[in-house]
Design a protein around this ligand. Sequence first.
Ligand code: HPA
Length: 236
Amino acid sequence: MTPHIEAKKGDISKIVIMPGDPKRAELIANNYLDDYRIVSEVRGMKTYTGNYKGKSITVMPSGMGCPSMGIYSYELFKFYEVEKIIKVGTCGAYIDNFNMGDLLLVDKSFSESTYALVQDNISINLVNASSNLNNIIKSTAKELGQSIFNGVIHCSDVFYEEDSNYKTKLYEEYGCVACEMESFALLHNAKKFGKEATEVLTVTDNLVTGKRLSSDDRQNRVGDMIVLALESAVRL
Ligand code: HPA
């Protein structure tokens, strides 16, 4: 047990799929996992371990932002011997090249966060996703007939980013094509512990043009993303 996870060691699989939202974790378990059980529910963050096509998988919510993702990914990698984490989530685009609902695979995460500095005295603002996981996800997407973009994500500490010049600057200087809020802590912890992590995202809104995905389309596209993450996990 850790301060934030009450599962026994063997109760968590080597592969963890992490949505941000606890409700989405429940939905993934209900709709896709066979024989699942709840292995932890500290702070209501219900964590499910079950089988997808015969492969043991844990689904755990990360919560929002690097502090929350940082805690859970640290404890999973360090105390539960988790090897691979695939985060699934949504992102807001910084450029107009995306259609709403497009899937984006994270190559690198850029962040202004002090997460790596405070935890490990490492002063960086870019961290890579696992190229092994990314290659498997790309080939799985091809097999499933899904198209997926890849690129640099801005891992922001701010949801209500009101300065549009700043988004343009991040695109021009670092190639950030969209933003979310958890990747930097996840990818940094994976690197620290010699593990593998990445993120698959659904583009749900455009922060420059104000376009948004309708709620029906959101359900469908998020469903495609979840299937891609689970099918990739089976191939690991
Ligand atoms: N900001 C951060 N994360 C997000 C957003 C956003 O606008 N949209 C979806 N995830």
